[in-house]
Design a binder for this molecule. Structure first.
Ligand SMILES: Nc1ncnc2c1ncn2[C@@H]1O[C@H](COP(=O)(O)OP(=O)(O)OP(=O)(O)O)[C@@H](O)[C@H]1O
Length: 296
């Protein structure tokens, strides 16, 4: 499979529960996703080579090599401070690496930023939105920034808001949106131009179960029709239930990567595999002998 060409808009690959939504994702349907070595094979959605980021003496990201296959639901997992956000920021062109290269579906993030930005959607950590626009205006503005024709923006914005249960709030200012609504309008803005790869930093944090289910449905549809999702999380159950491919980070390095079942190995859950991979200590607060009622 070569580099994906034009996206397949408006043509469903197979029936989906979210019938009103256009088909998202640009990787050729039916192409078996895989990881390209440098010697050929399918073009990875994301190819990272020798990526470093230091903050003072501290290496937040310490020489990562990673190839993320296209068309997968990929989880980037790791404990607090592992370097997930720093990695995603560099991969999406928001933070310049000290060393290393990143290619998104074959395009270099730093030397070919326009090609990359037209192919990716990003829901960053600490999402900043134009607070004084209504949800609908925000999508209109985003669509025009993306160069989409007005009629297409109108149609897609209405469909996305409908699917994400935001239609009733479309005229409400974003500043008045709840945390979950902000995540959903951020997701809608990230999907509006039908990206090939969608990057989400902690997309479910602060989101109630109903909204989480809605977001999940949209993301599952997106990957089912060829899109690639890369999302960071430390909620292992979520990653295990959503992802088919995971990369585990600890202390700025990738300590495991591959299909979910492979990374989980003999462990009964991804959580157990994760704890042993990152060398987590299981004392669970046994030193806090003053805590609780028995010593009062
Ligand atoms: N702008 C910055 N200046 C200094 N140090 C930073 C900066 N950004 C990140 N770091 C440090 O880099 C390391 C990795 O941080 P990062 O936010 O990438 O981790 P993370 O895996 O996303 O963590 P979490 O799950 O808690 O969000 C941490 O030690 C953090 O303190």
């Amino acid at each position: 499979m070569g580099q994906p060409e034009e996206t397949t808009q408006g043509e469903a690959v197979r029936p989906q529960p979210y019938g009103a939504l256009p088909v998202y994702g640009g990787t050729a349907p039916g192409g078996v996703p895989g990881v390209a070595g440098e010697g050929g094979g399918p073009t990875p959605a994301v190819l990272v080579r020798g990526l470093w980021k230091r903050f003072g003496e501290h290496a937040a990201v310490a020489g990562i090599d990673l190839a993320l296959p296209a068309g997968r639901f990929i989880g980037l997992v790791g404990p607090n401070g592992a370097g997930k956000t720093t990695t995603l920021s560099m991969v999406t062109g928001l933070l310049r690496p000290d060393e290393g290269t990143v290619r998104i579906v074959g395009h270099d993030v730093w030397s070919d930023p326009v090609a990359v930005k037209s192919r990716i959607g990003v829901l960053p950590e600490g999402l900043r939105l134009f607070e004084r626009l209504s949800g609908r205006e925000l999508l209109g503005y985003t669509g025009r920034l993306r160069g989409l024709p007005g009629a297409q923006v109108d149609e897609r914005a209405a469909q996305l808001m409908d699917v994400l249960d935001l239609s009733d709030a479309r005229h409400k200012l974003v500043v008045d949106y709840s945390t979950g609504m902000r995540k959903k309008i951020g997701l809608a803005a990230a999907l509006l131009h039908n990206p090939e790869v969608l990057f989400l930093d902690e997309p479910f944090e602060g989101v109630d179960p109903v909204s989480a289910q809605v977001i999940r449905g949209v993301l599952e549809r997106y990957t089912a029709t060829g899109g690639t999702v890369v999302f960071s999380s430390h909620v292992m159950e979520l990653v295990e239930s959503l992802c088919d491919w995971v990369a585990v980070m600890a202390a700025g390095r990738i300590v495991a990567r591959g299909p979910l079942a492979e990374v989980r190995g003999a462990a009964s859950t991804l959580q157990d595999a994760f704890l042993s991979l990152v060398g987590a200590d299981r004392r669970g607060g046994q030193d806090l002998d003053w805590l609780g009622g028995s010593t009062r």
